[in-house]
Design a protein. Structure first.
Length: 319
């Protein structure tokens, strides 16, 4: 495969103007270059461009010298299916050549996937904070699909030193929304393709994440498309453990009804901890399941549950 997939997620590429930024006075007088058309503001010191992989050289100051071959192959397989959602970051060194600033793993995996050109953020400034703030501001303005949004969040976290708290505050979303959106990147590539193409919704995708096995996620995603399953139906299938391939059973096992009081309690806990909380009551005992997406998210939840225990954990990790 030598051509990158089009029409899927673009990540940060959807937030950056194409081509070098020109003088604002000139830009406002030109009818063909009006950033207001898309609702985005020009990002000073950076522009988006597709670049030949052979025109990019690795950064000689890159501290990482060893790249896990298996992980590279996995990323290459994902790029083959979905495309490169997170553009590399480069700087021009003249003569049509560029040097990597961030994203050597993505660049290497793109070559394994057979891509000839890859999306890149071409930087002309060293001010990371200024670029990060401009990208976050554009993220708030632009309407991205769920996969683009997740890829943009992940790249802002990885490459530009943002945090979940900063993102949540800047884009006006809850921290749990940031975490839950990021989890969409854990879906197998062909399910991500369905999500980006709109054949399944973000609600469907979040329901699929409750399955631990990628094969089961893929099979149920196929059923969603073939049978037109609603999000609620998918959630029930997952809860019942009936996510195998094939048509939905005509007589599914009876599901233990959830008492209104338990459902209300689960909703209150979900709001309090800003993540999904399940409360189940069996014949002999019950359980509370609190979901988290990252270690930082887990530490935040523990800090909310038991601040003293959280402080003790931080003290131990600092020793």
């Amino acid at each position: 495969m030598t051509q990158q997939r089009r029409g899927l997620g673009k990540g940060l590429g959807a937030l950056i103007p194409t081509g070098p930024i020109v003088d604002p006075a000139v830009a406002t007088s030109s009818p063909s270059e009006d950033p207001g058309d898309s609702g985005l503001r020009p990002v000073e010191g950076a522009h988006f461009q597709e670049i030949s992989v052979t025109a990019i050289s690795p950064n000689p100051r890159q501290p990482r010298e060893v790249f896990d071959e298996d992980r590279l192959e996995e990323l290459a397989a994902s790029i083959t299916e979905v495309g490169l959602l997170q553009p590399v970051v480069v700087r021009s060194v003249g003569g049509g050549r560029f040097e990597l600033i961030m994203g050597e793993r993505r660049w290497r995996a793109s070559q394994l996937a057979g891509l000839e050109r890859i999306p890149a953020i071409v930087r002309s400034t060293q001010d990371d904070e200024m670029l990060r703030e401009a990208l976050i501001e554009n993220l708030q303005r632009e309407q991205l699909n769920s996969l683009e949004e997740a890829a943009a969040y992940q790249q802002l976290l990885d490459d530009f030193g943002a945090t979940h708290e900063v993102l949540a505050k800047k884009v006006g979303r809850s921290r749990s929304h940031i975490s839950n959106t990021l989890r969409l990147l854990n879906l197998p590539p062909n399910v991500q393709v369905r999500l980006a193409a709109g054949t399944i919704s973000a609600g469907h995708a979040r329901a699929l994440l409750a399955l631990d096995d990628h094969g089961a996620q893929e099979r149920l995603a196929s059923r969603i498309v073939a049978e037109g399953l609603s999000v609620r139906t998918v959630e029930e299938i997952v809860a019942l453990g009936d996510a195998a391939s094939g048509p939905a059973p005509r007589k599914p096992r009876a599901k233990q009804p959830t008492a209104p009081a338990l459902r209300h309690l689960a909703d209150r806990l979900s709001d309090h901890f800003e993540t999904k909380v399940k409360v189940d009551l069996g014949r002999r005992k019950g359980r509370i399941v609190v979901e988290f997406s990252t270690i930082d998210d887990l530490e935040r939840i523990i800090g909310t549950m038991a601040p003293e225990a959280s402080n003790t954990m931080r003290g131990l990790s600092a020793e």
